[in-house]
Design a protein around this ligand. Structure first.
Ligand SMILES: Cc1cc2nc3c(=O)[nH]c(=O)nc-3n(C[C@H](O)[C@H](O)[C@H](O)COP(=O)(O)OP(=O)(O)OC[C@H]3O[C@@H](n4cnc5c(N)ncnc54)[C@H](O)[C@@H]3O)c2cc1C
Length: 423
């Protein structure tokens, strides 16, 4: 008997990817009584390129998902200030608090912890976790049951799963298993490559979240769990090539980090005497933009698979959790119709409209800010402006949705109340 012969292969919903988006959807649908498969190709815990700041708007959602207390125990200090570090400038202003007690401030938590907590919770709620299995192909048909071919990369075993609802939550940095053609996209100078390093003994004031601006890129630094500093940034392809030329003999990550430190006094200061705690991670090309929240009848996308903001605002995890939440609010009351092959298109249209209303502005604000910080001239103008009116930094955080949640937590939600916040 092969390894999956005894496993169930037909579900109400199949979720591809167990990042914050996929696991959130898996928890919510499983709590609502759906039979759910979540397929994740990596083995957890796994590190991931990310700045790891979780905005305050998500913390009540983590409570409802049932991992709020573990998050409280593990996450770094409350983030109460925002900054801009560019050249010699180190400007700091207040972050606006989110008007929901006790969660007024965001905090940072390594993805090896956050993603593992969420996926374990999905399994505890009854989701069937296929891990490490990768979705290779999704049958693109309007038929009632969608099929997904999965392969276990460790053993080479294959299986075919089916469900009336498929949710693409595979992020944006891997080949899209929902697309028929895996096109090799032509290289562009403007492609962004992402890097993450974690350090101990770094010197950054507690609770400060500085945005880093340097020629050809942008990034951020934060103190997260276990007192570690995460430095994460994006760099244009042409800038990275120039760095590799300038710092010949260094790895891409070290050459990129040297460029960031050269152009940001705040980074040099924070890293003086600091020690890298794990190998650098890289990802890319990262190509932010709006993709497609609704693929075809019964097939939806959440998180980065639906659309991605430049990570300068650190809102990707918010968009992942909140897009999953808004999709599940639409799916849960319509389970019978979806299983009978009705309602898929109607939900697709409503979800797309809600997604665009909720996230388009922050995607545009992030794009504007990202392009401004990558160019020395606009960065110089920004620094001059912010020296005069530091409150503009606070205002930018508001515009970037730091105090706005796309989903409401009132009694009207069709989703189960989840876990109360007590031990
Ligand atoms: C430099 C940088 C800094 C960032 N900083 C922040 C920050 O501070 N705060 C913030 O909120 N956001 C930040 N982000 C954005 C954030 O990391 C993403 O938006 C977030 O991870 C998206 O979550 P997701 O669940 O959609 O996708 P992902 O987290 O990418 O998860 C997708 C999962 O799907 C799996 N998968 C992919 N393909 C398949 C397949 N075929 N079969 C099975 N599994 C598959 C992957 O292994 C992965 O586990 C940052 C991003 C970058 C690049």
């Amino acid at each position: 008997m092969n390894e999956f012969a005894r496993r169930k292969t037909d579900y109400d919903a199949i979720i591809v990817g167990a990042g914050p988006a996929g696991s959130t959807a898996a928890i919510l649908l499983a709590q609502a009584g759906w039979s759910v498969a979540v397929i994740e190709k990596s083995t957890f815990p796994r590190r991931k390129v990310c700045g790891e700041c979780i905005a305050a708007t998500n913390l009540s959602l983590l409570d409802r998902l049932g991992i709020g207390l573990q998050f409280d125990d593990l996450a770094g200090p409350e983030l109460r200030s925002v900054g801009l570090f560019a050249g010699a400038a180190m400007l700091i202003a207040d972050l606006p608090p989110f008007a929901e007690r006790p969660h007024a401030w965001g905090r940072a938590l390594g993805r090896e912890h956050l993603d593992t907590l969420l996926l374990q919770r999905a399994a505890a709620c009854g989701a069937d976790v296929w891990q490490p299995w990768a979705v290779k192909h999704v049958a693109r048909s309007e038929a009632l049951l969608k099929t997904c071919c999965v392969v276990n990369p460790a053993t080479g075993a294959t299986a075919t799963l089916s469900a009336p609802v498929l949710i693409a939550a595979h992020g944006s940095w891997d080949p899209d298993p929902f697309s028929e053609k895996h096109r090799q996209r032509p290289h562009r100078n403007a492609d962004l490559f992402a890097f993450k390093g974690t350090y101990r003994d770094a010197r950054l004031a507690t609770g400060v979240l500085p945005v880093l601006a340097f020629p050809g890129g942008y990034g951020g630094m934060v103190l997260g769990d276990h007192g570690q500093l995460t430095l994460a940034f994006c760099m244009r392809r042409d800038t990275l090539q120039a760095c590799r030329h300038r710092y010949a003999g260094m790895s891409a990550a070290l050459a990129a980090q040297a460029h960031v430190a050269l152009h940001c006094a705040g980074v040099r200061r924070a890293l003086t005497g600091a020690l890298l705690t794990a190998p650098w991670l890289t990802a890319g090309p990262v190509r932010p933009g709006i993709r497609s929240p609704w693929r075809f009848d019964g097939v939806f996308a959440i998180g980065n698979a639906a659309g991605e903001a430049h990570p300068i605002l650190g809102e990707g995890i918010s968009m992942a959790i909140q897009s999953a939440w808004m999709l599940c609010e639409l799916l849960v009351p319509q389970r019978a119709d979806l299983v009978a092959g009705r309602a898929g298109a109607d939900i697709g249209r409503r979800y797309t409209a809600r997604w665009r209303r909720s996230f388009t502005v922050r995607i545009r604000v992030a794009a504007w800010f990202a392009h401004a910080t990558m160019r020395p001239r606009t960065t110089a103008a920004l620094v001059a402006l912010l020296r005069r009116w530091p409150g503009l930094l606070t205002m930018s955080a508001r515009l970037g949705a730091k105090v706005h949640r796309a989903v409401k937590l009132d009694g009207g939600s069709p989703l189960a109340a989840g876990c109360p916040r007590s031990r």
